[in-house]
Design a protein around this ligand. Structure first.
Ligand code: URA
Length: 251
């Protein structure tokens, strides 16, 4: 009964994503791994069950996301600071098992100070719900915390300047799975120039040697791209199922 309700809920979200709901293979063989995915990356370091966490962001150590967010709000390490209304740090559950990483705030995010709040954000919310997650239950951040002018891609030097903040954010949240949405985030996190169409479907691991963490990383299309290319939602659904499998594996 609960399984039926769960299926109905998932199907209604898939419809919200405008993905056709005739995923027979998934329904009849729920444990079947994706043919596109490798056997699976190494397990991430275990999350400590108690105690204060701290992480290095550049030269400073931050004991909390609040402290890190305050430092980000004061940041002038790159030219993007000059054009921002405010920094867009991150949102969601500070102890989330799943962390979503996009590229940079857009106009709406810059105005509201929260990542993924425009149309792309609404699709992202539907994508999350399709695998039983909520916006509030994951942690959402971007590679850079300030809006690039005219929504251009962040420049390499801007991403490098912001990287310690994201590294620190990941170390504080300690997610079990990271989802890189879009080419810019995926290439930056993986350190690759491979086109996103060839990155998705592969298994990656986000590593932070200093913190001793190895976190499975799933690459998928950016929701803004999916809004322009709805036929690709089917592939994004494959990626989301991989996220769900990884989360289930670490339950
Ligand atoms: N696109 C992103 O990559 N991040 C946002 O926060 C909004 C749109």
């Amino acid at each position: 009964m609960a399984e039926q309700a769960d299926r109905a809920r998932r199907e209604s979200y898939l419809q919200a994503m405008q993905v056709d709901v005739w995923l027979a293979r998934d329904r009849h063989a729920p444990g079947l791994p994706d043919s596109t995915a490798d056997a699976g990356p190494a397990a991430p370091a275990a999350r400590p069950s108690h105690g204060a966490r701290s992480a290095h962001g550049g030269e400073r150590e931050f004991a909390s996301l609040e402290a890190l967010g305050a430092a980000v709000a004061d940041c002038h390490l790159c030219a993007l600071a000059d054009g921002r209304t405010q920094t867009v740090f991150g949102t969601g559950d500070p102890g989330a098992r799943c962390m979503i990483i996009g590229e940079a705030p857009g106009a709406e995010e810059d105005r509201r100070g929260e990542p993924f709040v425009g149309r792309a954000g609404q699709l992202l919310n539907a994508m999350l719900r399709a695998i039983g997650l909520t916006r509030e239950g994951v942690y959402i951040a971007n590679i850079v915390k300030c809006r690039p002018p005219k929504n251009r891609d962040p420049k390499p030097e801007e991403m490098v300047a912001c990287a310690p903040y994201l590294r620190c954010q990941i170390a504080l949240v300690q997610p079990r799975v990271i989802v890189a949405v879009g080419r810019v985030a995926a290439q930056h996190l993986v350190g690759s120039t491979v086109p996103i169409g060839r990155m998705r479907g592969q298994s990656y691991v986000y590593e932070n040697a200093e913190e001793g963490t190895r976190i499975p990383l799933v690459v998928t299309y950016h929701p803004a791209y999916l809004l322009r290319s709805p036929l690709e939602k089917r592939k994004a659904w494959q990626d989301l199922k991989r996220v769900r499998e990884l989360l289930e594996a670490c339950e």
